[in-house]
Write a protein that binds this ligand. Sequence first.
Ligand code: SIN
Length: 275
Amino acid sequence: MEINLISGALGAEVKGIDLKDSTSENWDKINQLMLEHKVLFFREQKISSQEQIDLAKKFGPLEMHAYVKGLPEYPEIIRIKKGANEKHQWGETWHTDVSYNPKPTKVIILRSRKIPPVGGDTMFSNMELAYETLDQNMKKRLEGKKAIHSSLGAAAFVDKYEEMHGNGNIDEYSNVHPIVRAHPETGNKILFVNSMYTKKILDISDEESDEILNKLFLHQERLDFTCRFKWTENAVAIWDNRCTLHQGLTDFFPGRGLGHERIMDRIAIQGDRPV
Ligand code: SIN
């Protein structure tokens, strides 16, 4: 096995592990590496949809998306498709997946099927580092505080993207989570807000909430907390959604990345209620 760190903050590219092998022994290695590096990347893994599902199930029960329809034969898989001439893609801008759910996603397994010659890398950011590097005054202000996370409604996930299809649910809903959560497996503290879904801190004025959230968003998106993965076809990313942010970059410009499809298969594993 070979492990190459891809930034100083998080992320490792792993060679010598076969993702078709869904034995507990293999999964245990993957899980330990994921807990250590937060996001793992594997290249040349031509896994089938069933093999992707088998691997995902080792992490726990699978999660269905609130708004997006899965593949007809594999409803647990969302095909994230960007049309050749679309500038935008699903998952653009920093977020933690479904932080608006009572139990936000534990782990995501994303597999590339079609990749533009350039553009559409995925970025990740380490929210344990983001918490650790807050100043003492901000840590004190956040003690015991909770925030509302909104699901935004179906339009944000479906209507905006030509190739994404809804499952019929349109209603917006929200849930409240602690701003600082503990990782359920390592106990590490995590800054658990994101600029896509976190809307308001409870029990303080709107002005103070905006002031704190804007500071936190700016802080957590610092480039020195991040890593960036340039996709190739049949690559797989496995990330710990509990302690990271991510975004699919939309650097599709005429004469460069625009004019090419991007197709990814995503499976989500259910998480715990943040505490
Ligand atoms: C996502 O936000 O889950 C998708 C990210 C990507 O396609 O790069």
